[in-house]
Design a protein around this ligand. Structure first.
Ligand code: TLP
Length: 345
């Protein structure tokens, strides 16, 4: 089979030998009865890591976010988030479709970061019965569409203080919270402490084949368990994949630093290519976004594929490269040369 350098996403990672062994060896039971020891252990371990009372294993990041929003709201409620948030851009309209809620969008800065001062005027007065009820503030950290950028903890803290003042919930889309954590040295538990609910992915940079974790209070997880079942996410002998998630949490967090180094190297190489526009300040973790001066995105993607390089897209007109454990520094150098060659052809 032709070998591609696949930088479309960190979701493309395949389970390592050691992870597959853990999956093979996993003890299993029926998780709908809460009798799967491996899933139970994953949930216990993840809750501890995130500093929350309880956690729940769910099939995907989208389901994780949407279950959290569903449990925190009633139809007619409103969630405040950034205009490029995953829950708005990439979750198929689910807040409206599944929970009957609307999103109120804030324009963040170039890193997708918004402040408490920007949020406050959007909070609707509780006396205004004719308006939607503001219920949740959502933050995505790292911010995918902005380029894997990290939200400063002081900013998160001041938004959470505002949420307390107005009696609002805080939800973290922490699909890549592990990347933020290894880069800043701030623990996942400290990040989570500013949120009522968190959703984080095992199947991105951590390399598990499937799955996400949501975490919060025991009461929240009890409700989330009900919603997961209602939406068809009650899984049976799920220890087979929970074992991969547990392996990922125990072995693959610290190594994310290597992915960040690869992203910085790629970004630097791209900044040296004449027909590339790139903002190096945005490259804080494992995502590199850039645009081209002399070629359309579609044409470029096709040519890159012919050269065995796979890239993705982000905002309109932007390309996205995501580094992960299945690409080496040599692959990054090779990818940079391919990009340069195509643009100079
Ligand atoms: N993001 C995917 C695509 O949907 C864009 C990717 O390749 O990056 N929150 C954030 C911040 C995400 O980036 C993603 C996945 C999700 C949630 C959803 O996770 P999954 O794909 O497991 O449902």
């Amino acid at each position: 089979m032709k070998k591609f350098i696949d930088l479309r996403s960190d979701t493309v990672t395949k389970p390592s030998e050691a992870m597959r062994k853990a999956m093979y060896d996993a003890e299993v039971g029926d998780d709908v009865y809460k009798e799967d020891p491996t899933a139970n252990e994953l949930e216990r371990y993840a809750a501890e890591l995130l500093g929350k009372e309880a956690a729940l294993f769910v099939p995907s990041g989208v389901m994780g976010n949407q279950i959290c929003l569903n449990v925190l709201t009633q139809p007619g409620d409103e969630v405040i988030c950034e205009k490029d948030a995953h829950i708005f851009q990439y979750e198929s309209g689910s807040p409206a479709a599944l929970s009957g809620i609307q999103l109120s969008l804030i324009e963040g800065n170039k890193k997708g970061i918004f402040t408490a001062e920007q949020v406050e005027p959007l909070i609707r007065p509780t006396s205004a019965y004719y308006m939607a009820r503001t219920k949740v503030i959502e933050i995505e950290n790292t911010h995918n569409r902005a380029g894997g950028t990290i939200n400063p903890i002081e900013n998160i803290k001041s938004i959470s203080e505002l949420a307390k003042k107005y009696n609002l919930y805080m939800h973290l889309d922490g699909a890549r919270i592990w990347n933020a954590s290894v880069e800043t040295g701030i623990s996942p538990a400290e990040y989570s402490s500013y949120f009522d609910t968190v959703s984080c992915c095992l199947s991105k940079g951590l390399g598990a084949p499937i799955g996400s974790i949501i975490a919060g209070s025991k009461e929240f997880i009890k409700e989330a368990f009900r919603v997961r079942k209602a939406w068809g996410g009650g899984m049976r002998q799920v220890g087979i994949i929970a074992a991969a998630g547990l392996y990922a949490l125990k072995n693959n967090i610290q190594r994310l630093k290597e992915d960040h180094q690869k992203a910085k190297q790629l970004a630097y190489n791209l900044s040296q290519i004449k027909n590339v526009n790139i903002d190096l300040e945005l490259v804080e973790t494992n995502i590199v976004i850039f645009s081209l001066k002399n070629m359309s995105v579609d044409n470029f993607l096709l040519k890159a594929k012919e050269h065995s390089l796979l890239l993705g897209t982000g905002k309109v007109g932007m390309l996205r490269a995501v580094t992960h454990m299945d690409v080496t520094m040599e692959d990054i150098e090779q990818a940079s040369k391919i990009i340069e060659r195509i643009l100079n052809e």
